[in-house]
Design a protein around this ligand. Structure first.
Ligand code: LCS
Length: 404
């Protein structure tokens, strides 16, 4: 669906919904129903045969969910959108649709832990192999493509290392081989980055994060070509069944209305926190693509509106120091997930990426000292005050460590 409005700020509020069709209701009504009644047996037959438009059963379609699917399709500038019960339901539906036994998936170096887990399971059960590429140059990508490669799967920014991949370059190389490129756009959100406009084929989100934005929904969204998503809708969505509930779609429609406002504030706050983390003596390194010292800053400028709300950083010390730092925090929450109003902070090596074995963690750049910070919407001064006092206390622990 092409966007009907020139600006994303208007599209997040209006796309896919016409109040005139819904008794003038300003907000999208919540169709909290599992099934739909047929006037006659013959009508039921026609609906199942696809000869008549209309709802059948909410696993096959629901009016509230449909508004969300149309809205996300417009935001990502794709032909069709599909909603799922979680980000992982979306990831698995797409990967299963694009592969069969003995195929190969080429991935970015660095994937969300459960996506890594899913690929490991697909290898074990169906001999669908995968390999990782830095995707830094065209030659590097070409050298990793095999005759049996049926999908290139990319996260950018990568969870949790905040490395970036040049999507326009990956799409260009993939076209030569006719291999679809799938992009997990969770960290950027549709406000900051639109992979389909850069030539990629499928974009997906854990809508649990910035799209929901309020820490109260688990959900996934996919956008791409109608032909492919029609197939997904009838197979790996309908038959595997990881559908979104109408209430979650309703919450996401509400969350989406403020996406640009929220994400801009997340970025403003992240920029302030980045500067301060960078000059703290107990911080070894900070990774934030919104800053011009980040090695992939030129890619950010090319394909993202801003650097986003997530920062990762390595503290000086050991795994115990990293854990002590988290325990030292006063009001900031130790939690996985990201993109919420609350600042959330976690230890990837033992939490989100714990399923990734140690050597693969090292290949991805996940160390025991790495901390992931999803900068929230609180005043950045309060966020920094809490981070700073917790970082200052590491000095004590480091002293103890060096004396031991
Ligand atoms: N893709 C990315 C990049 C993610 O970060 C996540 C979840 C998913 C997909 C899966 O989405 P879900 O099923 O949870 O909606 N990432 C999480 C994280 O970093 N912390 O907690 C969950």
């Amino acid at each position: 669906m092409a966007r009907s409005y020139k600006h994303m700020e208007t599209s997040v509020i209006h796309e896919g919904y016409d109040s005139k069709e819904m008794l003038g209701s300003l907000t999208t009504p919540l169709f909290q129903t599992s099934t739909y009644t047929f006037d006659t047996a013959e009508q039921g037959e026609r609906r199942f045969a696809g000869e008549e438009e209309g709802y059948i059963y909410s696993r096959l379609g629901n009016p509230t969910v449909k508004v969300l699917e149309e809205r996300i399709a417009a935001l990502e500038n794709g032909e069709r959108g599909l909603a799922f019960g979680s980000g992982m339901a979306a990831v698995s539906a797409v990967l299963i649709a694009l592969t069969k036994a003995n195929d190969h998936v080429l991935c970015s170096v660095g994937l969300y832990g459960c996506t890594f887990g899913l690929l490991s399971m697909m290898k074990e059960k169906y001999n669908i192999s995968h390999s990782f590429s830095t995707m830094e140059t065209e030659e590097e990508i070409r050298s990793q493509i095999k005759p049996e490669t049926t999908c290139i799967y990319v996260e950018t920014p990568i969870n949790p290392t905040m490395k970036l991949i040049d999507l326009e370059m990956v799409a260009r190389v993939a076209k030569e081989y006719d291999i679809p490129v799938v992009v997990d756009n969770t960290f950027a959100s549709p406000y900051l980055q639109n992979p389909l406009e850069l030539g990629c084929d499928v974009v997906l989100h854990s809508a649990t994060k910035y799209i929901g934005g309020h820490g109260d929904v688990i959900a996934g969204l996919v956008v791409g070509k109608k032909e492919f998503l029609d197939e997904v809708a009838m197979t790996t969505l309908k038959d595997i069944g990881g559908v979104m509930s109408p209430f979650d779609a309703w919450l996401l429609l509400r969350g989406l209305k403020t996406l640009p406002v929220r994400v801009d504030r997340h970025c403003d706050n992240a920029e302030e926190i980045f500067k301060r983390l960078k000059s703290h003596p107990n911080v070894e390194a900070v990774y934030y693509p919104g800053d011009n010292t980040h090695p992939d800053y030129h890619i950010m400028k090319k394909q993202m509106r801003r650097g986003g709300g997530v920062i990762s950083f390595e503290i000086k010390g050991t795994k115990q120091d990293a854990q002590q730092f988290l325990n030292n925090l006063s009001f900031l929450k130790i939690a996985v997930s990201l993109g919420d109003a609350e600042t959330l902070i976690e230890h990837p090596a033992t939490m989100t990426h714990a399923v990734v074995p140690g050597d693969s963690q090292r290949d991805m750049g996940i160390t025991d000292q790495l901390i992931r910070l999803s900068v929230g919407l609180e005043a950045w001064q309060d966020i920094w005050q809490d981070l700073e006092q917790a970082l200052n206390k590491i000095t004590v622990s480091l002293d103890a460590y060096s004396k031991a």
